[in-house]
Design a protein around this ligand. Structure first.
Ligand SMILES: NC(=O)c1ccc[n+]([C@@H]2O[C@H](COP(=O)([O-])OP(=O)(O)OC[C@H]3O[C@@H](n4cnc5c(N)ncnc54)[C@H](O)[C@@H]3O)[C@@H](O)[C@H]2O)c1
Length: 313
């Protein structure tokens, strides 16, 4: 039976990945401090497969022994401080979790003789504002927040571990991921925020003119890219996005139509430093992973709304 460690496995993307790994017959060890994730996200996976959970901070030295004892084939590292505004307010905290936590997980992976390390990176946050759209992997990295810097810095260790310890890696730069289990209170999820507002009959807020664009990719497509990266490897950075730009206004239109509640948005002042455009070129993922996002935005939105409704009922 293949074995995988998933850090951040109780969170939004991590728990969807655990579901997929369990479906594939993988034995899973989740390491999560439950700071934003929840055990409820893993209830279904635990009832269907072999999922052990250990509540621990990834920057804690004890993770090295835990991972060594589990002897995974693959380490999927998703645990992170994901709040951009918190990274601005407290860059040292952000670096402790996102940089030192990643180095700690790399140590754990090499001491356990894992074959591969798959990292949840961020495309949008690393490339910063750009007119090079859709942005290829070769574009200059100009992170505009400590969160983007920490993802970039953590990645610089991967080639060293590959050369020195033979640890193959794949760093996947996600676009804006959305889908079931995204936390509407988290700062990353505009889709979750809009859906929650509309279902509660509240007017959603748009900051600025709503013409800012993002590349919205469905979580099931993203976890498929992670599983492929875990199997194929190749020690490189690869974008995981759709290559399609969607404005925030257009996104709201799609959600309003799917919810069936015509509630006008509140237009608020633009947020300082907000990126205007973000969209990743997925050509390399097609080539090296045989992967392409397949869920149309309207279908992914339907599935996400269905999940929010099931939570209410
Ligand atoms: N959601 C997106 O659009 C997006 C985009 C780009 C990159 N990412 C990356 O994907 C990963 C998962 O993000 P998500 O959206 O699922 O967020 P999330 O907050 O739902 O998941 C993060 C998980 O990590 C756990 N965690 C946080 N700090 C920890 C620590 N110090 N030790 C152990 N566990 C810890 C949390 O409890 C949570 O379960 C992150 O690395 C994030 O940077 C997400």
């Amino acid at each position: 039976m293949p074995r995988a460690v998933v850090t951040g496995g109780a969170g939004f993307i991590g728990s969807n990945l655990v579901d997929r790994l369990v479906d594939d017959g993988t034995d899973v060890l989740v390491l999560d401090d439950l700071s934003s994730g929840s055990l409820g996200n893993l209830r279904d996976a635990r009832s269907r497969g072999s999922v052990k959970i250990h509540q621990i901070d990834v920057s804690d030295n004890d993770v090295v022994g835990l991972v060594r004892d589990f002897r995974p084939d693959t380490v999927f590292h998703l645990a992170a401080q994901i709040d951009v505004r918190r990274s601005v307010a407290d860059p040292a905290y952000d670096a402790r979790i996102n940089v030192l936590g990643t180095v700690n997980m790399l140590e754990a992976a090499r001491h356990s003789d894992a074959e591969r390390f798959v990292f949840a990176s961020s495309g949008g946050a690393q490339f910063g504002d750009t007119f090079n759209i859709p942005t290829p992997e070769t574009a200059e990295r100009k992170p505009s927040s400590p969160y983007g810097v920490s993802k970039y810095v953590a990645e610089q260790y991967f080639s060293y571990y590959q050369a020195m310890h033979g640890l193959d890696f794949m760093s996947l730069g996600f676009a804006n991921v959305y889908g079931p289990r995204q936390d509407p209170n988290g700062e990353a999820g505009v889709v979750a925020i809009f859906i929650e507002s509309l279902l509660a009959g509240r007017n959603p807020t748009i900051y600025g003119d709503g013409l800012q664009t993002r590349d919205f990719v469905f979580v099931e497509d993203v976890t498929d890219a992670m599983v492929r990266a875990g199997r194929i490897g190749g020690s490189r950075y690869v974008n995981v996005g759709t290559g399609r730009e969607t404005s925030v206004l257009k996104l709201l239109e799609v959600i309003v139509e799917a919810v069936g509640a015509d509630i006008a948005p509140i237009m608020a002042a633009p947020r300082k430093g907000e990126q205007m455009r973000s969209c990743l070129d997925p050509s390399l993922a097609r080539k090296v992973l045989g992967w392409e996002a397949w869920t149309p935005l309207a279908d992914g939105i339907e599935q996400t709304i269905a999940w929010f409704r099931s939570r209410e009922g």
